[in-house]
Write a protein that binds this ligand. Sequence first.
Ligand code: ADP
Ligand code: ZN
Length: 734
Amino acid sequence: MRTPAGHADAGQDRDAGPEAPPVPVVQVVPLVTTRALARPLDYLAPAGIAADEVVGAVVTAPLGPRTVTGVVVAAGPGSGGPPAEDLRVVVDTGVRIPPDLVELALRVAERYGSTPARTLALVLPPKGTARPTVWVERRAVDEPARLGTRQRAALAALAAGPREASELRTSTGVSTGTLRTLEAAGLIRLAERAPEAVRAPRRGPPLTAAQSTAVTRLRAVVDEALAGGTPPPLLLHGVTGSGKTEVFLRGVEHALAAGRSAIVLVPEIALAPQTAARIAERFGARVAVLHSGLSDGQRALAYARVRRGEADVVVGPRSALFAPVARLGLVVVDEEHESAYKQGEDPRYDARAVAVLRARAHGAAVLCASATPRPESWHALERLHLPDRIGGRLPPIDVVDLRRDGGYPVSRPLHDGLAEVARDGGRAILLLNRRGEAAALQCRTCGRGFRCDRCDVALTLHRHPSALVCHHCGLRRAVPRRCPTCGAVDLSRLGAGTERLEAQVAADFPALTVLRLDADVTARVGALDETLGRFAATERAVLVGTQLVAKGHHFDGVRLAAAVDADLGLAQPDFRAEERTFSLLVQLAGRAGREGVGGRVIVQSWEPDARVIRLAARHAVPEFLDGELQRREALEYPPFRRLVRVVVTAPDPDVPVAILDRVAARAGEELPDDVLLGPVPLFRVRGRARAHLLLKTRRPGRAGAVLGRLAADESRALRSADAAIVVDVDPQSL
Ligand code: ADP
Ligand code: ZN
């Protein structure tokens, strides 16, 4: 028997009739990339299973002549008619995505103009097979006199507390056989779940007064959220080294004590190893650290531990937000200003916004932390402050006017600062946000420059290996000996990059070990950890690099931190250029003078009177943010209006603007209250012309959905012109 499952009044019929069982229909999203098919379709549920018990299940479903893998996203029919008899799904594996994550994926798809198929990929269980962890615990019985050396060593290693078997084997050389023997003798216990002893959080240090105030408020907000309220997300603003980590660790502890779980997001594990280590140290066996370096098996194990509730503190980059935790109590977004929280490709979600969505769905609290918060967060979140460094002061910052103090890239004051490190010891960090040897090469005689064939940008000169390189598409050209236009041999190098700075510092200061850190170095797997490790372990070391050197890591003994070309980022045509420059300078300054050593900071600038530079030199974060918000309000930029960006690329230079003109005309009709800027042509990349359209709106969700639809309507024009379109809600770089 069939009920008209596609109709909204089907439920009423059911109530009226004498118990006719409803046809079990489920909505399935096929995991395909084609936009048109990537939405829910109706299928019959597997025979003998209630429809709502398969929500989240990964299934195999017939689709036309093929079968595809899909995810059941809802029980009950969608908008279509009743599915035909043969449209029945088969449950693929035993694994089910928790229904709350299915729901979250659908919301993210809608909000960021993506497809459910793409956002469901964020919540799919990993592919590998999990080898379970085994814990070894000493039992409280007397050690018999007759034991082998191996057995005695194993017991000694367990004196301080339970350990993981695999870790015990690698660190002490004890074999599995030995462990079995000890277990059989009743001397140890083997278990898959971590013993309670390793689940109790370690104690942190006594809090400072400012930390106490912040923790009190954080606990109250967690309690309010757990009780079903909707407290505001919190912004923990604390200068570098003010003990923000300790504050959120207490928040996590509070959530755990209430029987809830926690997620701590970091921009990138590789750049925040200390934070991850501190969380792991505090919460021991309850922590799952997720990162891109995990093998399939490790990833599957982490997933399984979280899913079983064995790990209830999850640490990781933005994707950790989709970990299958139950009963979430707190989400922490550490270093919330980092652009890594926004995904650069479809789905272009912003983890800071999605954190709030997920937290609300669970009745959990959100805490964002940073020394240099975003204006958006400063404006909208409830602020908690940690005004002082623990056991020290912020280092003084000297601004060097590059127009007067010659010697770029190393001015006299910077030279003196490095000489001091060479003489007295310590470490230095030099930031120059441009890799390579020189920004460009130019003929002194005829003025000819060297540009990329495929992108409208100058090629950067690199030394190791020697080449002219395009920083947009990676194109490499041999460095010419003479000018191809006029034949002159005199080619001049414009501007300095990290390679030149590295070479110059090494030549001027033989006593210093110079290490470089930029994308060219980190392209080699393991190089990042290696470089940071060497820097931390070397006396009289100088770390030269791009913005990577200013990120969250804490090094002891940094006596000097310097920005070599502080205004480099200010020239960018992006309303966030000042925010980024400011945050980079303040974060860089934060690396100096930690752990009691006196540190100093030098900022070299061509524009020392610029507001950003002046305020950064005083660590004046609140003043900068207040001023920035005034400017944004006047210009109607975020957070006062939200942005949606549409970018079109095509081989033909006229196509992007032509397509966007049509989109703009229709957007103007459908979104009359929003402000449209453009279309504006952008520079060419990889041989493709580009243009973008910006929309300023108060309702980004709606605007994103409308623009997503208008973009889809251009499918045919796009295809025939080999063009591509991207809709980006809340874009982070323009
Ligand atoms: P932030 O995250 O604000 O940069 P951290 O959390 O790294 O600061 O704290 C800076 C240093 O101060 C760390 O070495 C940390 O262990 C220490 N610390 C934090 N809170 C306290 C406290 N209440 N008492 C003593 N030391 C503390
Ligand atoms: Zn190029």
